[in-house]
Design a protein around this ligand. Structure first.
Ligand code: M6P
Ligand code: ZN
Length: 189
């Protein structure tokens, strides 16, 4: 039995107090995720492996009945014209959804079905975005400041990164003259 508790979420920084283990993702952790691997390696060499995003997960057992929740902070940046973003995942248990709440900055929620159907949902502070069951999801920072959001999902959902790691999303979100634009992913089968 878990005692009821509350955490304090800083909407401006994304920091949740009392989170013991922060997940950090640097450019070197994103090697398989970007369409232009040469620019990615050049940026790591030139800038010493910059931070792409951080996750503050509230510590809870990953089991049915629990509601896992966290904040994510995606820093502004690009690899060539592709924005900094999360790895993206399906839920291992495909029939589990998720809810996001935008806290700061601007971004896009990209979603994809197993058949390659892609949807994009813009997010600003106050946007509550719903990830329905069966949709893979990735968030992208399309602005010039950190993009911060809160997420909640079922404790037994699980993260399946394999599918996205192998092929990526069917469409990439790229900067075209300052406008976030979806283009086909050449790597997608
Ligand atoms: C959101 C949630 C988390 C996820 C995080 C980073 O906050 O969906 O479950 O871990 O984004 O995304 P990813 O795990 O795909 O790197
Ligand atoms: Zn998820």
């Amino acid at each position: 039995m878990i005692e009821p508790f509350a955490t304090q979420v800083n909407f401006g920084t994304g920091v949740i107090d009392s989170v013991p283990h922060i997940i950090t993702r640097r450019l070197s952790d994103m090697r398989r995720m970007y369409a232009d691997p040469h620019t990615l390696e050049a940026q790591i060499a030139a800038h010493g492996d910059p931070l792409v995003y951080e996750v503050y997960p509230v510590e809870l057992p990953e089991e049915a009945g629990q509601i896992l929740h966290c904040t994510t902070i995606i820093y502004p940046g690009r690899v060539n014209d592709e924005y900094y973003m999360t790895k993206g995942h399906f839920h291992s248990k495909r029939d589990c959804g998720e809810v996001y709440l935008g806290l700061s900055g601007t971004g896009m929620l990209l979603l994809q079905l197993e058949d390659g159907t892609v949807r994009a949902v813009p997010m600003t502070p106050g946007t509550s975005a719903y990830v329905p069951p069966y949709w893979a999801h990735r968030t992208v920072n399309t602005g010039n400041e950190p993009f911060i959001f809160f997420a909640a999902w079922p404790g037994d959902a699980g993260h399946d990164y394999g599918t996205i790691e192998q092929t990526g999303f069917a469409q990439l979100l790229v900067d075209r003259g300052g406008v976030p634009t979806l283009v086909p992913n050449p790597r997608y089968p």
